[in-house]
Design a protein around this ligand. Structure first.
Ligand code: COA
Length: 260
């Protein structure tokens, strides 16, 4: 599909979504949010796509935040409606039935950090910078930053970042667990692709159930989360893939998963 502000492609089981407003450092305007929603929905339903990589075009920015020119005109109702749209997108990404890897290739500020937080894994280039600078605009994070950041790096660090609006370099992001790995800009896409390949060599339903079990279980008491895990484990045991995976191990051969 053709988009105004995105480049998408698919090949070798990987779907690519590249936000393409480099002159505005890939800032998320409403149309880009709408298009991202459409692109992720289409990859969700596409059985040929087993993993998605999300990045920004150019060498400077992943996403430099929500488009500030649009934020300037919001009131209570339109502001709430606007962030609910952004949250719908981040929730769609977080709960996608296949892994989403953020290739953080530069500034990931405000909505950029929030978009990366919704992805299942974040790999960043050495020039990346991250943060939630909304308070500097008299605003607060709205696409999940007050919620997902604390869940990933802990409340103390999240409070520090959200309240100060400070922008951190990638080494600090790595140290606190905000990104999984840091590589050179040139190695960023190959590294993301290699990880995507490693993941999609596994059983597709096992990947889907693992994402769902973690997403649904982590906000519940441990006992409930463990019960949920047991249910997903049972579901995995019912799949043809689990029969094939265990049989292949015992027969000392590579498993041929069908996603059934
Ligand atoms: N919304 C709208 N436009 C943005 C933007 C955003 N979040 N971030 C950058 N841009 C635009 C700039 O206005 C500029 O456009 P122009 O050339 O038409 O003037 C262009 O992108 C390049 O940005 P510029 O500020 O000139 O680049 P820089 O290298 O000097 O600074 C940043 C880079 C990221 C530090 C700076 O752009 C910035 O602070 N952006 C806003 C970050 C932010 O607050 N995000 C959270 C929003 S809720």
């Amino acid at each position: 599909m053709e988009y105004e502000n995105l480049l998408t492609k698919k090949g070798d089981s990987i779907g690519w979504v590249i936000i393409n407003r480099p002159d505005k450092l890939n800032a998320l305007n409403m149309n880009t949010i709408k298009e991202l929603h459409e692109a992720f929905l289409s990859f969700k339903q596409d059985h040929e796509v087993r993993a998605v990589i999300l990045s920004g075009s150019g060498e400077k920015a992943f996403v430099a935040g929500a488009d500030i020119s649009e934020l300037a005109h919001l009131d209570f109702d339109s502001g709430k409606k606007y962030v609910l749209k952004g949250q719908e997108l981040t929730t769609l990404i977080e709960n996608l039935n296949k892994p989403v890897i953020a290739a953080v290739n530069g500034y990931a500020l405000g909505g950029g950090t929030e978009l990366a937080l919704a992805c299942h894994v974040r790999i960043a280039s050495e020039n990346a910078k991250m943060g939630q600078p909304e308070v500097k605009l008299g605003l607060i994070p709205g696409f999940g930053g007050t919620q997902r950041l604390a869940r990933l790096v802990g409340k103390g660090k999240a409070m520090e970042f959200v309240l100060s609006g400070k922008i951190i370099d990638v080494q600090e992001a790595l140290r606190i667990g905000l990104v999984n790995q840091v590589v050179s800009l040139g190695d960023l896409f190959p590294t993301c692709e290699a990880l995507a390949r490693e993941i999609i060599a596994n059983g597709p339903l096992a990947i889907e159930y693992s994402i769902e079990a973690m997403n649904k279980g982590l906000d519940r008491p441990l006992e409930e989360g463990l019960l949920l895990e047991a249910e997903f484990f049972g579901k995995a045991c019912k799949t043809e893939d689990s029969k094939e995976g265990t049989k292949a191990f015992l027969e000392k051969r590579k498993a041929n998963f069908q996603g059934r």
